[in-house]
Design a binder for this molecule. Structure first.
Ligand SMILES: O=P(O)(O)OC[C@H]1O[C@](O)(CO)[C@@H](O)[C@@H]1O
Length: 548
């Protein structure tokens, strides 16, 4: 049965009506009315505990959101994804990152091929390679073991590897050095390699398409760097491996496809950290711990696939996001990990969420008449409190936040962890309940200063808690957000798996590159672009900034 446009689904109209009644209710009242609220509005799966009680919702809101999910055929959409249906309609592709973490004894046949068998074949080759590097059995061109691994990639071919490496650093082999080069700004490459010994350095060139200009530019410089230091082009064979879906381009670049680790067009770049794109992660952690990471992803996949909506963490988080965005008017969502190792998690989530749901048309190409993907951003823990939290507490915008905390630190030291975690709870409390003028006056503050100290509260947050940050928990956490994004995209009726919006800039840049030389080919852009190009030529020493 076709799904009506969002505004025509009965639950949407009911939610809009419900919102007009609920909008004047404060979280203070909702908590006062129900002593069990904090326990009731919580859910747990795959080692993650979600407290969503500090969202501006009642049981009725939740019921209507579940109705909306039903009327949006969330469960059917989810089952189609897990079955390998081509739900990425604009690229006519399956969306099967969930197959990347299915156990060896599972099977999933898509177009006559068991994709799980394919996945494990690659995982086995990755494990073999990772073990060779870790044990020192893989020798460089001059016979010395590899000790430095440099991942070259961008977007999903960088953010996943760098986020996972940083997040799981505690579990990595500290005798190996890992670097990540993504920006085409040469500084990134130069700083990443300046202290490395080429004889012991291996480059992993990670690119789904192997056609990304930034990555190929950096990979070419890496090849030059290596050959200049080792004096022999044959050295490339022992110092370069590739991760890609495109064997032909890998070979063209000069990497032996025997040293290529493949994946498939049904893995989106931003959903690829658990594919061969995670090769650097596997080298850092070892195959066993990488297996734990996959197990965490899979546990959350199974939860999402089977749990009823009212206990389903990704569905709940996705539906609450729709509520916050489309009914409460939130334009952005902050994600604040109270765990230093998760410092790159917000950056990783930015691609996952915004490349997925930054869309303005529905699956059939109709322009939406509601808001879709919010801006995601964030910083670790207490650092944010001493910079931008002021605006969260007293600014004019509603910015829901996800606060992520842990029961135990991986680096216990005196009372640091209790101090850190007290902030998770205190921030959620302050955001929800604020401080009234009466409370402030009662403390003896003068009436003219009191308004400046009022904190309205009523600002929504989720708190996510886990025991400690392990590979398994990281997998579950990433999968939680992946499926929350899926839930949001399904309600909005958009294609969460394409990214056409990044293409135009790439095409325009390629046209401009040859125009940046010292002498003028005719410039036919708008007057602003023409002037900027001329100014750039002058700045770089070409000397024609007055337009000639
Ligand atoms: O892995 P590739 O093909 O180099 O692409 C890198 C990134 O570029 C994008 O296509 C966006 O420009 C992302 O979706 C992708 O993760």
């Amino acid at each position: 049965m076709p799904i009506p446009p969002l505004r025509e689904r009965p639950a949407y109209a009911a939610l809009a009506e419900h919102h007009t009644q609920l909008q004047h209710r404060h979280l203070r009242d909702l908590f006062a009315e129900d002593a069990q609220r904090g326990e009731r509005l919580s859910a747990e799966a795959a080692g993650l505990y979600l407290d969503y009680s500090k969202n501006r919702v009642t049981d009725q809101t939740l019921r209507l959101l579940f109705d909306l999910a039903e009327q949006s055929q969330l469960q059917q959409g989810r089952d189609m994804m897990f079955a390998g249906d081509r739900i990425n309609v604009s690229e006519n592709r399956s969306v099967l990152h969930v197959a990347l973490r299915m156990p060896r004894d599972a099977s999933l046949t898509v177009d006559g091929v068991d994709v799980v068998a394919q996945v494990h074949e690659v995982l086995d080759r990755m494990a073999d390679f990772a073990n060779k590097i870790r044990t020192g059995a893989w020798l460089g061109h001059t016979g010395r073991p590899i000790r430095n691994i440099v991942n070259i990639g961008i977007g999903g071919s960088d953010l996943g590897p760098v986020m996972a490496y940083e997040a799981l650093r505690h579990y990595t082999d500290r005798d190996l050095t890992f670097r990540f080069v993504s920006n085409v700004d040469a500084t990134d490459f130069v700083e990443a390699t300046r202290d490395l010994d080429a004889e012991q350095t291996l480059f992993i060139v990670s690119s789904k398409t192997f056609g990304t200009l930034e990555t190929l530019t950096n990979a070419t410089s890496a090849r030059d760097w290596l050959i200049a230091r080792l004096g022999d082009p044959a050295a490339v064979a022992k110092h370069f491996v590739a991760v890609s879906t495109n064997a032909e381009r890998v070979a063209q670049f000069g990497i032996d496809t025997a040293n290529m680790f493949g994946f498939w067009d049904w893995v989106g770049g931003r959903y690829s950290v658990d594919s061969a794109i995670g090769l650097s992660t596997m080298v850092a952690l070892g195959p066993e711990q990488f297996g734990e990471l996959l197990a965490g992803f899979h546990a959350m996949d199974e939860h999402f696939r089977t749990a009823p909506l009212d206990r389903n963490l990704p569905a709940l988080m996705g539906l609450l996001t729709v509520w916050n965005v489309d009914f409460l008017g939130a334009q952005s969502i902050g994600v604040m990990p109270y765990e230093q190792y998760l410092k790159r998690f917000p950056a990783y989530l930015q691609q996952l969420t915004m490349e997925s749901n930054g869309k303005h048309v529905t699956l059939d190409g109709t322009t939406v008449d509601y808001q879709t993907g919010p801006v995601y951003w964030g910083e670790p823990g207490t650092n944010g409190q001493h910079s931008f939290y002021q605006l969260l507490h007293q600014g004019t915008r509603l910015i829901p936040v996800d606060l992520i905390g842990f029961g135990r630190s991986l680096n216990p030291l005196r009372d640091h962890h209790d101090i850190l975690t007290s902030n998770v709870f205190a921030q959620a409390q302050a955001l929800a309940f604020g401080k009234t003028e009466q409370e402030i006056l009662a403390e003896g503050t003068s009436p003219d200063v009191a308004p400046h100290r009022v904190m309205q509260g009523n600002r929504p947050s989720n708190v996510l808690l886990a025991e400690t940050l392990t590979p398994r928990i990281l997998g579950a956490l990433v999968a939680l957000y992946e499926h929350s994004v899926f839930t949001q995209g399904t309600i909005w009726g958009i294609d969460s798996f394409d990214q056409w919006g990044v293409e135009l800039g790439k095409v325009l840049a390629v046209a401009i590159i040859p125009e940046l030389g010292g002498t003028e080919p005719a410039l036919n852009h708008d007057s602003s672009t023409n002037t900027l190009i001329r100014r750039y030529r002058a700045l770089k020493g070409g000397g024609d900034h007055d337009g000639h």
